[in-house]
Design a protein around this ligand. Structure first.
Ligand code: HSE
Length: 306
């Protein structure tokens, strides 16, 4: 096989309490990529549709992730990449992660899977380093593994996949403003109090336990962020109203998706997820900000062949 076309899912990172360690893959939105083997060495981005992004491999997240893959590989040739960007950059639903992870997943597939998924995460993290100045894994891991992932440790990288409860849905609204991950990281505090840490790790444990036990109430109680949300939410117009409207419409919990500006809510069942979406829309229509909205089941598979 010389060519493969893949779907690379959008992801919600952090999931309120798990800054840089928790993430989940979505079904309803993702990039599409075609990757093909070439005799010439190196990575060539031959086409980008949907967004105006750099074509030069060293300046493109998929290119950089691909170059990290090639560096570690014994393969003598190279790859061409076409990207159909369906996830807007700066939206907070893992746009750079989808392209980085998609590129290395497809390359690995074309070479007969010489690398483990965890190794692929390390290559894709180089794309994240280019995009946000920090090689975080909480978007690329769920994009590659599907479902929820917990980064138990970065050094060494230890990824714990967590299967999503069957009836769990995500509603994501993307107000049409751009928040750069690098900027929204710079405004965060670098130290927290012991009191705050205790509350936060209680919620991380509670969320993981809730997912494993399919205990929707526990999931909801644990979707609380004492550290990042109070600071970053200032960058997102209407955040408090969207959150309140989501909870009123039956959301288990609601928070910032990744570094924002997208806002996510979890719910049990599709009907509630759609209702939440309608209430979120109403807030932005009142404020007068355009938006995209996605209602999605949790993606169980990660990247898949189209
Ligand atoms: N954990 C990262 C952050 C995710 O919040 O900065 C960025 O999408």
């Amino acid at each position: 096989m010389n060519e493969v076309k893949v779907f690379c899912p959008a992801t919600i990172a952090n999931i309120s309490c798990g800054f840089d360690v928790l993430g989940v893959a979505l079904d309803a939105v993702g990039d599409e990529m075609v990757v093909r083997k070439t005799k010439e060495k190196g990575i060539r981005i031959t086409k980008i549709e949907g967004q105006d992004l750099p074509m030069q491999a060293e300046k493109n997240v998929a290119g950089v992730a691909g170059l990290a893959f090639l560096d570690a590989s014994e393969y003598e040739g190279g790859f061409e990449i076409e990207i159909n960007k369906k996830i807007k950059p700066g939206s907070g639903i893992g746009s750079s992660a989808a392209s980085s992870a998609g590129a290395v997943w497809a390359m690995n597939h074309l070479l007969g899977s010489p690398f483990t998924p965890t190794k692929l995460v390390t290559f894709a993290m180089e794309g994240e380093r280019l995009a946000s100045e920090v090689a975080h894994a909480d978007n690329v891991a769920p994009a590659l593994f599907g479902n929820f992932t917990l980064i138990r440790s970065y050094t060494p990288l230890d990824i714990v996949p967590i299967t999503a409860p069957q009836e769990l849905y995500a509603t994501v609204i993307h107000p049409q403003i751009e928040v750069k991950t690098s900027d929204s990281r710079k405004i965060l505090r670098t130290t927290i109090s012991m009191e705050t840490a205790i509350k936060q790790w209680g919620n991380v444990g509670g969320l993981v336990a809730g997912l494993l036990k399919e205990d929707y109430e526990l999931i909801g109680r644990s979707l609380v962020d004492h550290i990042v949300e109070p600071i970053r939410s200032i960058l997102i117009p209407g955040f408090d109203q969207v959150k309140q409207a989501s909870i009123n419409a039956g959301a288990l919990g609601c928070g910032i998706s990744g570094s924002g500006p997208s806002i996510f809510a979890f719910s049990k069942g599709e009907k509630t997820a759609i209702n939440i979406g309608n209430e979120m829309k109403r807030v932005y229509e009142t404020i007068g900000i355009d938006y995209d909205i996605h209602v999605s089941k949790i993606n169980q598979q990660g990247i898949k062949i189209l």
